[in-house]
Design a protein around this ligand. Structure first.
Ligand code: HSE
Length: 401
């Protein structure tokens, strides 16, 4: 079993830990490890395998290329080259799959080799394999999930320990949870890419991540957390998608979840994926969504699957793109914060526009839980309030059940 590894960062070192810990079960030979600066590894256990030259990796006789360098380029070119040379590929690269999954799946199929990516979604949680294999006897029509460890860690620490957003982001980076550029975490891109990978596999149509409604957590402050607590909720960055006939609807956004809900129990770097299948009903997968050894465990499982000739069908990536609808088109509850409000005018307008509402805070800020027939209705009302200059700033948080 001969593998070459591209990248020796968080996930690369996690994979090597897992390979070493399982030496007595599987003899996986690391032939080559590509790094940026090999001087750092002079005294390293695998020092003689470390190289800065991709040609040295491709010169070895590899069964599998494990791509853990991240980013789109040159990772894409290396994966493509491996597949075209009939070398199986395991990757943890969600950015790559979300962007080029269609092209790579086709190249893998044409060359009759495997492209596996369990570690790209949900860190250590086995979810790609259950979705593509164990749940084959189901049509899956919806899913909701917490898919980013960094943001869940930040929101948990803000809620539990009253720590500031910036301090916790630093801690998440030190723990190896965050992306090289944490903007992908905090602005929701990482979660949207993962949701698109799961949705593509579940709905058997290509779902493109940029088509989801997308909102990150960088504007969430301690007041949002306090209002959430006041109404018995937590704030979570949630991804949700639904297949309705020929359209998918979906979002990644911070939402309020009830203290008693399943999602509110998933804290810190943990992730959860809840799938709804017509035979199995609701099924959930929970575990560590970021961090070196959990993610290394997922990469390892793909490597072993290839050696054992277990093959997953990823043809969904080659299917046509499906249209994605962004707004909540049914009954909803939304918590709205008005800063420097003209309270009477706002309340009169709200009274006219929506089904019902409840005032949560009426001091310096006006905070209201609004019940409406759709998010369109609320957005229209907020446009009117803005146009009339009734407040300096508005923010809103959807509550999901
Ligand atoms: N930055 C990612 C996260 C790493 O925080 O979930 C795992 O994909």
């Amino acid at each position: 079993m001969k593998i070459g590894i591209l990248g020796y960062g968080t996930v690369g070192s996690g994979l090597i830990n897992v390979i070493d810990n399982n030496k007595n079960k599987r003899d996986i030979q690391i032939e080559s490890i590509l790094v940026r600066n090999k001087d750092k590894y002079k005294t390293h256990k695998y020092g003689d395998k470390i190289t800065e030259d991709i040609e040295e990796v491709f010169n070895k006789d590899l069964d599998i290329l494990v791509e853990l360098m991240g980013g789109l380029h040159p990772a894409y070119e290396h994966i493509k080259r491996a597949l075209e040379n009939k070398i199986n590929v395991v990757t943890a690269n969600k950015d790559m799959l979300a962007e080029y999954g269609d092209k790579l799946a086709k190249i893998a199929n044409d060359n009759n080799v495997s492209l596996k990516f369990e570690a790209s979604v949900g860190g250590g949680i086995p979810v790609v394999k259950p979705l593509t294999e164990s749940l084959e006897g189901n049509s899956i029509d919806s899913m909701y999930a917490i898919l980013n460890g960094t943001t869940n860690f930040i929101l948990s620490k803000m809620y539990d320990e009253g720590l500031s957003y910036d301090d916790v982001l630093k801690e998440a980076q030190e723990l190896g949870f965050a992306e090289a550029n944490p903007e992908a975490d905090v602005e929701g891109y990482d979660a949207a890419r993962k949701l698109s990978i799961l949705s593509t596999l579940a709905y058997n149509r290509r779902v493109y991540w940029k088509d989801f409604y997308l909102e990150g957590i960088s504007n969430i402050d301690m007041k949002d957390i306090a209002y959430a607590k006041k109404i018995g909720c937590k704030i979570k960055l949630v991804g949700q998608s639904k297949l309705n006939d020929k359209i998918v609807s979906g979002f990644v956004r911070p939402v309020l979840v009830d203290d008693n809900s399943l999602l509110s129990k998933v804290d810190n770097e943990y992730n959860i994926v809840v799938l709804n299948g017509d035979s199995v009903g609701e099924v959930s997968f929970v575990g560590k969504g970021a961090g070196k050894d959990p993610t290394g465990s997922a990469v390892y499982s793909d490597v072993v699957d290839i050696f054992d000739n277990r093959y997953s069908n990823i043809d969904s990536f080659t299917k046509d793109k499906i249209e994605v609808e962004k707004t909540i088109n049914n009954e909803c509850q939304i918590l709205i914060r008005f800063k420097d409000p003209k309270k009477t005018q706002i309340l009169n307008l709200i009274d006219e526009c929506v089904k019902s509402y409840k005032v949560i805070n009426n001091n310096d800020e006006l905070v209201i839980m609004v019940y409406a027939d759709s998010e369109y209705e609320i957005n229209n009302m907020l446009c009117l309030i803005r146009d009339k200059g009734y407040c300096r700033e508005i923010s809103k948080l959807l509550k999901i059940i």
